[in-house]
Design a protein around this ligand. Structure first.
Ligand SMILES: Nc1ncnc2c1ncn2[C@@H]1O[C@H](COP(=O)(O)OP(=O)(O)OP(=O)(O)O)[C@@H](O)[C@H]1O
Ligand SMILES: [Mg+2]
Length: 336
């Protein structure tokens, strides 16, 4: 089954063609990051316009790269939630039109379920159930992935997402947007014990996360140094910050793994590219005897292939969209 998959939830326009959920025949991405860097973050209206400019050509390019014609396609899938509403609507309307014109079924896909499916591409043998840490620009979740389409949230951030925090601290350090990658590089060789930053724990909800305290403490520290006219030791600060984020994420995921006893832990989303988090998880999984599934860096950020993969399993479970399909800025992952 060849699925044409469309992703436009944030600042990447992506179109992929995926066969039977696991084989990527084409994966085309047009990133707008350079455009938004000028403003230090994503400008939603610009994102929508850029999606409109790129999407048709990208779909043609995907067919060309896969050496397929339109009649070889079996379904059209699209990210319909969560994300920037105007940006999502571009993909949803394109997908609806394509499905209608080609007489194909339409499959709506939850963006974070797509992130989870990135590991189905990277690891052909991986099957649910497993515990999944989803950490990206807009999400920080610990999810019980019971089956391809049944999921329960075990823990969630109460405020900022991990990626959002990396981006905000990076901006103040003059590292550009998106800042997670540059922060990671800046942390290499830095002293992660130089600054003592808060690790938040909530007694009533031990698997929930909160990053706003860490963000504020780090910003205050930077401002205090700047006010005193002292140079900010960026490398040590980036290393101390990355260690604090990792220390909040890893014990919670491992606690979930211990409770559920699946023996499998996965990490997905843009922040899954972080070298400190990857390293700490490898150690924690090795120690506890869990198999760890980490997507390659190319599948951590937004892409169309992950949407095409999840779409296959949504299709098998009977999920369909029609011409009334709408986009949603927020939607619980357990609802699909
Ligand atoms: N090496 C890294 N270390 C930390 N963060 C990183 C790294 N590489 C990328 N990121 C962060 O990942 C985020 C982008 O990930 P992704 O594209 O999955 O998020 P999004 O699509 O914007 O959000 P969501 O998936 O929640 O809708 C950015 O916040 C970016 O700074
Ligand atoms: Mg994403």
């Amino acid at each position: 089954m060849n699925i044409l998959a469309i992703e436009s939830s944030c600042d990447e326009t992506a179109v992929a063609i995926v066969r039977d959920g696991r084989e990527v025949l084409a994966d085309c991405i047009a990133s707008q990051a350079e455009m938004h860097e000028i403003y230090g973050g994503v400008v939603p209206e610009i994102a929508s316009r850029k999606h409109i400019e790129a999407i048709s050509a990208l779909a043609e390019e995907a067919l060309r790269r896969a050496s397929l014609s339109r009649k070889d396609l079996d379904a059209v899938a699209v990210t319909y939630a969560p994300g920037l509403i105007g940006a999502l609507l571009v993909g949803v309307n394109f997908a609806k039109a394509a499905a209608y014109a080609l007489g194909l079924p339409l499959i709506p896909v939850h963006h974070v379920r797509g992130h989870i499916a990135a590991n189905y591409i990277a690891y052909p043998e991986l099957q649910p159930p497993f515990v999944c840490l989803c950490v990206s620009g807009g999400t920080s979740l610990i999810v019980d992935v019971r089956s391809y389409t049944e999921m329960e949230i075990l823990g969630a951030t109460r405020d900022d997402a991990a990626g959002e925090c990396f981006d905000k601290i990076a901006r103040v350090l003059g590292l550009g947007y998106p800042g997670g990658g540059p922060m990671d590089r800046m942390a290499q060789g830095g002293d992660d014990t130089r600054f003592v930053l808060p690790r938040v724990h909530m007694q009533d909800a031990p698997m929930d996360l909160s990053f706003s305290g860490l963000k504020t403490a780090t910003l205050n520290l930077i401002h205090n140094l700047q006010q005193k006219g002292e140079e900010v030791p960026r490398s040590d600060l980036a290393a101390s910050f990355s260690a604090a984020v990792s220390d909040m994420l890893i014990p919670r995921v491992m606690e979930a793994a211990k409770r559920l006893q699946y023996g499998k832990v996965a990490v997905v989303g843009g922040v899954a590219a972080n070298s400190r988090i990857r390293r700490d998880l490898e150690k924690a999984c090795q120690k506890s005897g869990n198999e760890l599934y980490l997507p390659p860096l190319s599948l951590c950020g937004d892409n169309g292939a992950m949407i095409g993969s999840q779409a296959y399993y949504e299709y098998l479970a009977g999920k369909r969209g029609n011409s009334t399909l709408n986009a949603y800025a927020n939607r619980d992952i357990s609802l699909g």
